[in-house]
Design a binder for this molecule. Structure first.
Ligand code: ADP
Length: 651
């Protein structure tokens, strides 16, 4: 999917209030009022020290009263008679003639009550009791700080709550905790269109037609309904990865004159229970508000998987199931002609719940396949459009080189070729850049720097020569194009084949292919009398193919015309095999027999042509890459005329 910013618009969400609310004003006023009262309650006092008290106030007998507050500070009251005398008048109110009455005018922080009392007592020694200063002890509560302690958390909480509410109103795609249940669908509407059009989709004519028809249903439903036809509710695109399902949907979003909601199946399910279902509900609600419109759900298999599957491993898959149930309910819920059509895409229709596929829900199935040679040519043309290529490039040749490639692979080849040309500092991309891009994509990156000992290089050369020779001699094996002993990706050497674009493959083609796969190891054994671990990949592929021949395609005479293949994906073969233990043993025995026979055949062929094997291997050691022409020079023309158009598929 193209990275597009997520859609924030919701049809019915009101924009959240942004200015301060009445509540905030009230709170603010409250705090100001409280503070003023508190301030008014405290008369202005001057901080003084004991020294001043002892030196100035006590000898003048100016102190009327001392109030010890909370055993911490002493408030000093000056006698009314001293209000006009300096320094009391000046200090309290500079420029004024009178100290503020009734006071307190001074405050003094006392260390402890005992020390204060002692000091006072000492200072007043000899003073008659009735003339001694009156000391009062007061306990005063600081009610403002109390109120603030109580008010502050409340205020904080209110602010937090307001923030949550406001974020919650963020709507679809909003990031607040309240928008979990909102669908994350992207909305393509009038103001916001996908840039992809049907001109960017090559091949796929039938599929494009059907998809375009869906738009027609929505735009002029009367044409269909007047004849009594029901408009389909759901259309599902099925096909291997990279065949252009998402691309088709994007093109539809680009060209449809109706709103288009796009979402991936995996976006429904989060870690919280119930979110998936609520997102489905929200998506359909939004869609109904915008009808006529299209909802596109990519990779629907992530929610639409058959219910009850894999429950043994993962416990009950409640969340996914409830999401699926909600989807089914929604699809049932809206009227046939309500103007909402659901488009979905999947690689694995076999995994989908049958309830989803039944007519009335996804009643139209559009199958996309890997492109054929003509379609590949068209796809190449689409992807070559933005590239700067030179005249050496032949699109038909490229299409012929790439059997089994999907649209995505072709897009990748084009991009890779452009990157290679840029690295080589060329002005335009030429044929060789494309050939190198193909090699790289089929077999991995060349790793010339990988150091291989000469004796190992020799083994690799014989191994690859073995593959090449046997596949050259057996006429049902795909035509060989080139062999290389330059390490690429994980492989130490590779042989390129051009698979024929056939729908059917015969049993003989399978067995001959097995021999060609095992020929690398056979060549090692014949030449060196020793086998190596280099055949691991060949063995793995050969074993899998042999099992498929016996257990799936019914090629084995002893097992017979039987297939244990399960296209519905409902069976879990890891837990229980679909055949009895005896049959299982028989299958194993037959597979071993098949592989042994194929290996012997390869060995026999190589022994007969050992001279050519040596020639080819030596040539490989010398040149590192050997082409069809070199093979012809050593081995003569191949039995089946190899087509002129080469590459793809590696052994
Ligand atoms: P999927 O079938 O897995 O959804 P996509 O639609 O995502 O595949 O295809 C991936 C890319 O492959 C596209 O973005 C496009 O560049 C290219 N592609 C696939 N099919 C076609 C096609 N028919 N025409 C042009 N480009 C294609």
């Amino acid at each position: 999917m193209a990275a597009t910013p997520s859609q924030k618009e919701t049809p019915n969400s009101t924009p959240p209030a942004t200015g301060p609310t009445l509540l905030t004003y009230l709170l603010l006023i409250g705090v100001i009022v409280l503070f003023t009262i508190y301030k008014a309650d405290i008369a202005p006092r001057k901080t003084t020290s004991w020294l001043e008290v002892e030196k100035d106030m006590l000898p003048k007998k100016a102190i009327a009263k001392i109030e010890v507050i909370n055993n911490e500070e002493a408030d000093i009251y000056i006698k009314e008679a001293f209000a006009d005398t300096p320094p009391f008048n000046e200090e309290m109110k500079p420029g004024k003639s009178k100290a503020v009455m009734p006071g307190p005018q001074y405050t003094l922080t006392i260390g402890s009550v005992e020390t204060f009392e002692r000091k006072l007592e000492e200072a007043q020694k000899g003073t008659p009791l009735d003339q001694q200063i009156d000391v009062v002890y007061v306990k005063r509560e600081n009610w403002l700080s109390k109120i603030l302690v109580w008010l502050f958390p409340l205020l904080l909480f209110l602010l937090f709550w307001r923030y949550l509410l406001r974020a919650g109103a963020g709507g679809a795609g909003g990031t607040s905790i309240f928008s979990f249940g909102k669908s994350k669908a992207m909305l393509f509407d009038k103001g916001r269109k996908s840039k992809i059009t049907f001109a960017d989709v090559a091949g796929l004519e039938e599929a494009s037609m059907e998809v375009k028809e869906v738009v027609d249903f929505l735009r002029s439903p009367e044409a269909f309904t007047k004849l009594g036809a029901k408009i389909p509710k759901g259309v599902i695109l099925v096909g291997p990865p990279g065949t252009g399902k998402t691309l088709l949907a994007k093109a539809m979003a680009g060209e449809a004159q109706v709103p288009f909601f796009s979402m991936s199946g995996s976006e429904f399910v989060e870690m919280f229970v119930g979110v998936g279902a609520s997102r489905v509900r929200d998506l359909f609600k939004q869609a109904k508000d915008k009808a006529p419109c299209i909802i596109f759900i990519d990779e629907i298999d992530s929610i639409g998987q058959s219910r009850g599957m894999n429950t043994i491993y993962s416990g009950s898959n409640d969340e996914r199931e409830s999401t699926l149930n909600q989807l089914l309910t929604e699809m049932d819920g809206f009227e046939t002609n309500s103007g909402v059509i659901v488009l979905a895409a999947t690689n694995r229709a076999d995994l989908l719940d049958p309830a989803l596929l039944r007519p009335g829900r996804f009643d139209r199935h559009i199958y996309l396949e890997l492109p054929n040679i003509r379609e590949r040519e068209e796809i190449f043309k689409v992807h070559l459009r933005p590239l700067k290529t030179d005249d050496t490039l032949d699109v038909a040749f490229l299409a012929a080189q790439t059997p089994g490639f999907s649209g995505a692979d072709i897009a990748n080849v084009c991009n890779e070729a452009a990157l290679i040309a840029a690295r080589r500092k060329r002005e335009s991309i030429n044929r060789q850049d494309f050939m190198d891009a193909l090699d790289r994509i089929v077999a991995g990156l060349e790793r010339k720097s990988r150091i291989i000992a000469p004796e190992e290089k020799k083994i690799i050369a014989y191994h690859e020569a073995g593959h090449a020779l046997v596949s050259w001699l057996l006429k049902h094996v795909d035509p060989l194009i080139k062999v290389s002993i330059i390490p690429r990706g994980k492989a130490l050497g590779a042989a390129w084949y051009l698979p024929e674009e056939r729908q059917l493959k015969s049993a003989t083609a399978f067995t001959e292919h097995l021999s060609a796969m095992l020929a690398g190891r056979a060549a090692e054994e014949i030449t060196f009398g020793e086998i190596t671990s280099g055949a691991l990949d060949d063995l793995e592929k050969a074993t899998k193919e042999a099992y498929m021949m016996v257990a799936y395609y019914g090629f084995d005479k002893k097992i017979g015309n039987i297939s244990f293949y399960d296209s519905t994906g409902q069976q879990d073969t890891r837990l229980s095999k679909p055949y009895s233990e005896e049959t299982g043993k028989m299958i194993d025995a037959e597979v071993i027999k098949l592989l042994n026979e194929a290996y012997l055949k390869a060995k026999e062929l190589l022994s007969r042509h050992q001279e050519q094997l040596i020639k080819l291997a030596e040539l490989l050691l010398q040149k590192e890459v050997v082409f069809k022409e070199d093979l012809e020079a050593i081995l003569g023309k191949r039995l089946t005329p190899a087509r002129e158009t080469p590459v793809a598929g590696v052994l």
